[in-house]
Design a protein around this ligand. Sequence first.
Ligand SMILES: [Zn+2]
Length: 306
Amino acid sequence: MRRLLLFLPLLGLLCGCDEKQVTPPPPHAQQQHTELADTPDFNGHNAYTHCAAICSLGPRYSGSAAYEKQLLYLEKHLHAAGWQTARDAFTAPNGVKMCNLRAFRTAAPAPLLISCHIDTKVNVAPDFESADDGASGAAVLLELARVMKDDAVELIFLDGEEAFAWRMSETDGLYGSKFDVTRRGSTLPRWQINLDMVGGRNKTIAVPALDTSDYMYAHYVAAIRALGLSEEKWTLWPGSYLDDHVPYLEAGVESLNLIAAFSGSNWWHTPKDNMSRICPRSLHESGLVTQQLVRQLLSEAAATAP
Ligand SMILES: [Zn+2]
């Protein structure tokens, strides 16, 4: 609640400029999906292909031409997988144009939201790929979209996660997630899974303990064990992160932030965060964990339905 009080003035500034544009998938869209392997299950190599394609666009900071190209790339593949999309455009308090992209299978509100951010930190370097911090989450969500057919899931690709200042603060950063929580009003999802920096070679996922309920932690541990993954690589970190799960968490959503340990690294927010850090296996495991969490949460919802 401490943070929520600080968010409120900002939310007031952001909520007056919502523009919505819903696009249905085109007929026979599946035929556009030729460059990706048509496997029945999540495929880390497909996610790697998406990650490389997104990185090839260059830095994708908010309001840039590359950010718009990224939206077009995401929409093309989401439509090919049969999802409808909506762009939610808004303006940050400093005047920068921003746009979240959502994907859904039906108009009914979905109980489970899977999110990532797709903006990259501004003013890093002309060759900044932001491969893990941005592209990896989008790559996993796109590949999940290919294999997931659940009406109960919505995907959101968030703008404005990065702060304009060098360090994120309570009032600088998380613009897209704050905007989305306000936009939804009382129609919030029951659960949110946020992915951030999920494609690094030999990564250690460090879920922030102070931002994670016992309920979501139990699901996280169950998913890791069901998949036989290492509990030394899929860990709980004894702290809190300012990341895109926080606005949802503070609005009452059960949130889980799957984020790799990054503080103290020599690559974060530097040109070293490039495709050489990314590996298909890492993306694959992140996809499998997310898919397993979706299965667990939705089967629990089905079991408790009236
Ligand atoms: Zn970042």
